[in-house]
Write a protein that binds this ligand. Structure first.
Ligand SMILES: Nc1ncnc2c1ncn2[C@@H]1O[C@H](COP(=O)(O)OP(=O)(O)OP(=O)(O)O)[C@@H](O)[C@H]1O
Length: 630
């Protein structure tokens, strides 16, 4: 192995950074939903998407939807009136009478034209107002539904390959809801205008309409094909974008700022971030020639038919097949139909594009709903007298070996259980099974005789208090960090009790606003706590709940000896009313336990009380000996 000095002397020989891992999933999520569908199938989806958008909008704001629909009708009627009145005005303007007479006779029709145009514009403004009433709430509804769906899945879903990528893809659906109503409304109003203008045009000359449709259709096909290419690129980039988003937070949050700097990680992290971005860009750029080809071909075909349309109109007028007034109206009708058709194409493609992301969002919401906790209606009643674990086995998805493998235990109220064992031996997983966060693959966990697989988890978790190894440091006030999610009381007495129990009073009294101090210095301001102080906050949070089952997973790993001693004394003093479980590597702390279990490779290999295990000559004695030798 090269010594550190060798590294220092030959920095130029250091190998280049390894590229970020290629992440691709092979599970059920690996199939691009577009890969196997035809163009016709894709277009056939649009009415369904419009229906779904309409339903969501209707649920959000019925009156705004009614207003929107009313405006669409007015748009259509005003477009038809406008064209008919234009034709009438043209008849008068292009007649062979004196100029003053022509204008005079055209005046009523011109007034109707002005009125219809004003009505159309007014309806468009009102439609925009209605759209702006619906969109923000619709986005909030979908966004909240997504957050709630993720919060309500069984915790085991997080470990399923591709779950977080699907969530990332679903986020795109939420983003698209911001333009979804505007696009759908644009499409509808363009369709109405197109139908009325097209109707008028086909009355003037039946040949014009198919020519116009042919002029715009290639652009429509091109836009939908481009949307498909964009979506394919988006789909290929989902995993990398997801990782990049997470890495961005890890690299830039002040939480890990010390580690990043003092371990010289900045260069690697920026290289890594850029490499992931480059990879996404490469995929995007690789798709550019395809979109160029699509755009050129569709423009060419569209241009050809557009020239044919104008040529046909000129030919009809030049050969006297239609008179000049009709030709002039036809020019207006062609322009109106053309702009409406173009809008249909643009908004239709946008709605189609949105439908792809909405499809991802819906698929994720359905998947999350299927993974939501649905265990049974039985309620676990307090106090918790007994927790019984029978031969439980739990294997994380994709892992070869179970993390917990055939464990049986019985815990009674008033007892303290200590779980010890090497890293990765299954201690935390066992606590997740005991609390019902995970349900075992085999075996059962009973609380007061109720199988947790059949119990409503809310009634189970109403009785638990957990200090996990990695706990949340919420960017909220100190009081909320302790009481988060709990029923509020009118005074702070119980909060101070929890503060005292974790030995946090002195810290709170030193804070500028006591319990009201905001603990979000990086984001919104306030104060910052040390690692050990945060751990005391996490302990206060669990103790504030006065739980029937208190689980502390390495609760004092960052505390000074006085703090650690105080917390363990406190655990002992309140143990009579509850079942307490402590996971710890500091074996001296297990002296307070009534029962100790030693775990190895997911199994309990030794158990008993402290004094017996110390002299048993097994793993416990060996680990204790090693810790004393240091
Ligand atoms: N979310 C997860 N997905 C897949 N495997 C996991 C997950 N969490 C833990 N494991 C695996 O399960 C095994 C047991 O992990 P567990 O966290 O229960 O160990 P532990 O005894 O608490 O370890 P430590 O002392 O390091 O906290 C380990 O092999 C670990 O790799």
């Amino acid at each position: 192995m090269a010594s550190p000095e060798t590294h220092e002397q030959q920095p130029e020989t250091a190998p280049p950074f390894p590229p970020p891992a290629e992440i691709s999933y092979t599970g059920q999520y690996a199939v691009n939903p577009l890969a196997e569908v035809s163009f016709r199938h894709m277009c056939a989806q649009i009415p369904g998407v419009l229906r779904r958008i309409a339903r969501l909008a209707w649920l959000t704001d019925r009156r705004a939807v009614q207003l929107l629909l009313g405006c669409q009708v007015i748009t259509g009627v005003s477009a038809a009136v406008l064209l008919t009145a234009t034709a009438e005005a043209m008849q008068s303007v292009l007649s062979d009478r004196a100029v003053a007479d022509r204008l005079h006779s055209a005046l009523p029709a011109l007034l109707v034209v002005a009125l219809a145009a004003a009505l159309g514009r007014g309806a468009a403004s009102l439609a925009m107002y209605a759209e702006r009433r619906i969109t923000p709430r619709l986005t909030t509804e979908t966004d909240t539904a997504l957050v709630e769906a993720v919060c309500r899945v069984e915790a085991a879903a997080y470990a399923v390959d591709g779950f977080s990528d699907r969530q990332e893809a679903a986020e795109m659906g939420v983003i698209r809801t911001q333009v979804m109503i505007a696009d759908a409304q644009g499409l509808m109003s363009a369709l109405i205008r197109m139908m009325t203008a097209g109707g008028v045009l086909s009355v003037l000359n039946v040949l014009m309409l198919p020519l116009l449709v042919l002029a715009v259709l290639p652009a429509g096909i091109g836009a939908v094909l481009t949307a498909r290419v964009d979506y394919e690129t988006h789909y290929a980039n989902v995993a990398d974008r997801n990782v990049r988003g997470m890495m961005r937070w890890w690299a830039t949050t002040s939480k890990y700022g010390d580690e990043v700097r003092a371990n010289s990680m900045t260069d690697y992290l920026t290289y890594w971030y850029r490499a992931l971005s480059d990879r996404c860009d490469r995929r995007t750029l690789a798709a550019a020639p395809r979109t160029l080809r699509i755009s050129l071909l569709s423009s060419l075909a569209g241009g050809f038919f557009l020239v044919a349309t104008w040529g046909a109109l000129a030919w009809l007028a030049a050969t006297g097949r239609i008179d000049l007034a009709v030709a002039a109206t036809a020019v207006v009708a062609v322009q109106t139909t053309l702009s409406a058709l173009s809008q249909v194409v643009v908004n239709g493609a946008a709605v189609f594009h949105t439908s792809l992301y909405l499809g991802d969002m819906q698929a994720f919401l359905d998947d999350a709903a299927a993974r939501a906790s649905r265990r049974g209606p039985r309620a676990v009643s307090a106090p918790i007298e007994e927790i019984k674990v029978e031969e439980v086995v739990y294997r994380y998805p994709g892992e070869a070996r179970p993390a917990v493998d055939g464990v049986s235990l019985t815990l009674r109220r008033g007892e303290i259980l200590a779980i010890v064992g090497a890293n990765g031996s299954g201690k935390s997983t066992l606590t997740r099974l005991l609390t019902g966060i995970y349900l075992p693959d085999k075996g059962k966990v009973f609380w007061n005789g109720t199988d947790l697989a059949e119990a409503d988890p809310a009634t189970v978790w109403a009785n638990t208090g957990l200090v996990p190894q990695i706990f949340a440091q919420w960017p909220l006030r100190l009081r909320e960090n302790i009481t988060l999610g709990q029923p509020r009381t009118h005074d702070d007495e119980p909060v101070w009790e929890a503060v005292d129990a974790a030995g946090l009073r002195e810290t709170v009294e030193d804070l500028p606003a006591g319990l009201d101090t905001l603990l979000a210095r990086d984001i919104f301001g306030g104060a910052e706590l040390s690692g050990g102080q945060w751990q005391r906050v996490a302990c206060s949070r669990a103790l504030y709940r006065r739980p029937g089952l208190l689980i502390l997973d390495e609760p004092t790993s960052q505390m000074d000896p006085r703090g650690e001693h105080g917390v363990f004394q406190q655990i002992k003093s309140i143990a009579a009313d509850r079942i307490t479980i402590v996971v710890t590597h500091r074996l001296e702390n297990t002296k307070i336990a009534d029962h100790i279990v030693v775990m190895e490779h997911g199994r309990i290999t030794e158990q008993g009380v402290y004094d017996d295990l110390v002299h048993a000559g097994g793993t416990f004695a060996e680990l204790l000996e090693l810790s004393r030798k240091r």
